[in-house]
Ligand binder design. Structure first.
Ligand code: PLP
Length: 246
């Protein structure tokens, strides 16, 4: 089974394509990948972002998709709305489930991971099986205030097929899944693992990997959360900054 990862390159390997590839491999999938942006970063944070030309992404996707059978797609950092548009167009014909982690800002470093979030959302939201925003990303995608569990549910309903992640709220870790009007709450005791990098990448790639294997969406999310919780209990410290999960 094969997963297509469309993501940025974090040289420190805690997020982006390198992390996604490890997560997918741990789920028994073979990874093919297209890099949307290079980043300058270490475990202390992102210092600069250099999106790849949209036409190069377009050509890479065209070459890959006419050749390789894809069972799921994970989209992460996009770099630019122009890239989001070529990704949406390239994936129009695929029947593989698509999971988009709509990362806008890194948790450390004030450098935007996409130049035009609204343009990227307009291009991609209609194409994906699931979008996985955190509170700030859910607010940016919907224009709603997202500061409570009730707000998370409202944002998830507005997005239609979304897992709104409440990890930044105090108390238990609560995520809200909306799928065609059905709402599921996932509630787990908080695991305090300190400053972490790449958590959203790990969760979204685990969900996409489970969907590749034919899991129902709610089951794919449930299994991915179990996988993530296990990782949170044993984080890695590859450098002097944030810890990572893979
Ligand atoms: N770099 C890349 C390539 C990413 O895809 C991401 C997040 O998805 C980040 C950096 C930031 O990761 P975090 O906010 O978890 O530190």
């Amino acid at each position: 089974m094969t997963i297509l990862v469309i993501a940025g390159l974090d040289p420190s390997g805690g997020a982006g394509l390198l992390a996604d590839a490890r997560v997918a491999a741990e789920h028994g999938l073979r990874v093919v990948g297209v890099v949307t942006a290079l980043t300058v970063q270490d475990t202390g944070g992102v210092r600069a972002v250099e999106p790849v030309g949209a036409e190069v992404v377009d050509e890479q996707l065209a070459a890959l998709l006419q050749d390789v059978e894809i069972d799921a797609v994970k989209i992460g950092m996009l770099g630019s709305a122009a890239i989001a548009r070529v990704v949406a167009r390239a994936l129009e014909a695929t029947r593989a489930p698509i999971v988009w982690d709509p990362v806008l800002m890194p948790s450390r470093g004030g450098v935007a991971l996409v130049d035009d979030p609204a343009g990227a959302a307009a291009a991609l939201l209609g194409e994906v099986r699931l979008v996985t925003p955190n509170l700030a990303e859910a607010a940016a995608l919907t224009g709603l205030r997202v500061e409570s569990e009730a707000d998370m549910e409202a944002a998830a309903r507005r997005l239609g097929r979304a897992l709104v992640k409440g990890g930044h709220l105090p108390g238990d870790a609560v995520d809200v899944l909306a799928d065609a009007g059905e709402i599921v709450y996932f509630r787990e005791a908080r695991v305090d693992a300190g400053p972490l990098h790449g958590t959203g990448c790990v969760l979204s790639t685990a969900i996409a990997s489970n969907l590749a294997r034919g899991a129902r969406l709610a089951d794919a999310v449930d299994a991915a959360k179990t996988y993530l919780t296990k990782k949170l209990r044993a984080p890695l410290a590859p450098g002097r900054g944030a810890r990572t999960l893979v």
